[in-house]
Design a protein around this ligand. Structure first.
Ligand code: MRU
Length: 346
């Protein structure tokens, strides 16, 4: 797949494949300002925890260049305000916060650096984060692929694929890893209302790669499991708490409860930096409350009566006791997660 996050030296900006219009169109979106970076994050031109982390890293460079071009005298405070804007674009995925804090750390360590020099340092670091993310996903694929048996049908929720990362994917990385290990597997992609990441994006990616995929309505999950059509569940995560609770796309918790009921192993795949030791449990993670329009409309078509209120909480925490293993680039973590995670960060 063409890389969906690209830095263009000619345009001196970040160029993103617009995920809002996939799979029907492949449009590209240029980010030359902090407002454009934040617009892309908030409206989900780019989405998925690691992908928004990579975007935020380039976003800090874009912000620094914007301040540089403006010629403002007090550049430090102007830049700080832009970094705050990027960090607060979406609240749930820890990767976004991690990327901006990483850039702040570098800035602090560089002391009285000139703005032009800082731009160069940040662009180099953003490229490293970008490339490092692909390598992490491939390692997740190697460890996770070993958990999948030949002939398995794997259910996934949302899109934790190449489009949600810099490439290869986390949950879809596990699936790609299994395929690379020579296993014949099939995938059930839950459609994932309301933004339809499963129906639009997971199906798009896997279909293009020739990996057999069927899209199922979110509410078909129980029946498909009861019929014995699902052998494993693998999902991504936006944030994993210190006790192993995993926050992911709304609906994941329900899938995990059903998997427990039907005795189907439920795995979470994520890079180590998605684990947030500062967050004690999943209930401490801020859950993004998105625009009602995503629920009231499908595309431009309104499906609810005028004036009716809706819920659009975008993520839910899955309690650690429902999780069979957490696949990271360093290996698979098993319960008790509090101890496994503490050991990882020691
Ligand atoms: O709202 P989104 O599309 O950004 O949510 C994405 C997810 O929930 C993914 O499963 C998660 O970020 C992991 S991506 C590797």
């Amino acid at each position: 797949m063409t890389e969906h996050i690209q830095f263009s030296p000619e345009k001196d900006c970040l160029v993103l494949l617009d995920q809002r219009v996939l799979p029907n169109r492949e449009d590209w979106f240029d980010c030359t300002t902090t407002d454009e970076i934040c617009y892309a994050l908030v409206t989900m031109v780019v989405r998925g925890a690691p992908a928004i982390g990579v975007t935020a890293a380039y976003g800090c460079y874009v912000a620094a260049r914007e301040v540089q071009k403006s010629g403002v005298g007090e550049w430090r405070s102007a830049l700080e305000a832009k970094l705050d804007q990027i960090e607060n674009a979406r609240p749930t995925a820890v990767n976004l916060r991690w990327a901006v804090r990483e850039m702040r750390r570098i800035w602090n360590e560089a002391g009285s650096v000139a703005l032009g020099e800082l731009c160069g340092i940040w662009l180099a670091r953003a490229k490293e984060i970008h490339e490092g993310d692909i390598a992490m996903c491939e390692a997740i694929g190697t460890f996770g692929g070993a958990l999948i048996a030949d002939g398995d049908t794997v259910m996934t929720h949302c899109n934790a694929g190449a489009l949600a990362t810099a490439g290869y994917g986390t949950a879809l990385g596990v699936i790609r890893g299994a395929v690379d290990q020579g296993k014949r597997i099939q995938v059930i992609a839950n459609e994932t209302r309301p933004f339809l990441q499963g129906a639009r994006l997971t199906a798009y990616e896997l279909h293009r790669d020739g990996i057999p995929v069927k899209v199922a309505c979110d509410n078909a999950c129980a029946l498909l499991m009861k019929k014995g059509l699902v052998q494993k569940v693998v999902v991504g995560a936006d944030r994993i708490a210190a006790n192993g609770d995993a926050v992911n796309k709304i609906g994941t918790y329900g899938v995990a409860l059903l998997a427990k009921h039907f005795d189907i192993p439920f795995y979470v795949a994520a890079p180590v930096y998605t684990i947030d030791p500062e967050t004690p449990t999943g209930d401490h993670v801020p859950i993004e409350d998105r625009t009602p329009r995503e629920v009231t409309h499908v595309g431009d078509h309104q499906i609810t009566p005028d004036g009716v209120e809706v819920y659009n909480l975008a993520f839910d925490p899955t309690p650690n006791e429902l999780i069979a293993g957490i696949v990271t680039e360093k290996g698979v973590l098993y319960p008790p997660y509090a101890e496994a995670i503490a050991a990882l960060f020691r």
